[in-house]
Design a protein around this ligand. Structure first.
Ligand SMILES: CC(C)(COP(=O)(O)OP(=O)(O)OC[C@H]1O[C@@H](n2cnc3c(N)ncnc32)[C@H](O)[C@@H]1OP(=O)(O)O)[C@@H](O)C(=O)NCCC(=O)NCCS
Length: 172
């Protein structure tokens, strides 16, 4: 069952635990409440009263293009379709609110793709787009399976060889 997290802010603690575990960085309950408050859409997925997934949309380019941040499924419940379900539902709600595009950045800080092997200064972006490979379960492929396209790569965004992969979907 989907719930509006803005109306169920008591789930902020669960979200802070999920984000801290998944993103290797500490998210306090206050950080999460701030994130929820500034979200355009804030969607949770509940099963047996347990929050097992969360998706948020943040303002990016006025009311036209929004950033998906974060999308997260509790680790025990991954790979059974919940991430895709959350994505479809947040896209459906966004479309009803006349959102045109969803963008997201998916960092590769731990060499999960082959992108660290490219010389970005001397290689065309189109060649790199065509030759990206998933080495160790980087989520960019999850997004591609859900209709997102790689719209850009920010080389060394998080340090040498640690790019951010930008993905985009138009809600047509
Ligand atoms: C990324 C995430 C949200 C995916 O949710 P999920 O519920 O596990 O994904 P689904 O079960 O809906 O997967 C749909 C498809 O994507 C694939 N997929 C899911 N995660 C993947 C990954 N990390 N790498 C490659 N493929 C992946 C699945 O195998 C499935 O493929 P199939 O349709 O061919 O069987 C989830 O793994 C997660 O919360 N990860 C930690 C947080 C995170 O990295 N969020 C994204 C930040 S950009």
């Amino acid at each position: 069952m989907f719930i509006n997290i803005k109306e169920n802010i008591n789930y902020a603690k669960d979200i802070s635990i999920m984000m801290t575990e998944a993103f290797n960085s500490f998210y306090s309950i206050d950080d999460v409440i701030e994130l929820i408050n500034k979200s355009f859409i804030s969607l949770g997925y509940i099963k047996n009263n347990i929050l097992i997934g969360y998706a948020g949309l943040l303002y990016m380019y006025s009311n036209i293009t929004f950033e998906l941040h974060p999308l997260i499924v509790k680790s025990l419940y991954r790979n059974i379709g919940i991430g895709s379900k959350l994505l479809k539902e947040i896209e459906r709600e966004a479309k009803l609110k006349n959102v045109l595009n969803i963008m997201l950045g998916s960092d590769d800080e731990y060499f999960k793709t082959n992108l660290h092997q490219f010389d970005f200064n001397n290689t065309s972006m189109s060649y790199i787009f065509d030759n990206i490979k998933n080495i160790n379960n980087h989520p960019y492929e999850f997004y591609q399976k859900n209709g997102y396209k790689i719209a850009g790569i920010f080389p060394d965004a998080n340090g040498i060889g640690k790019p951010d992969i930008w993905l985009w979907k138009q809600l047509v």
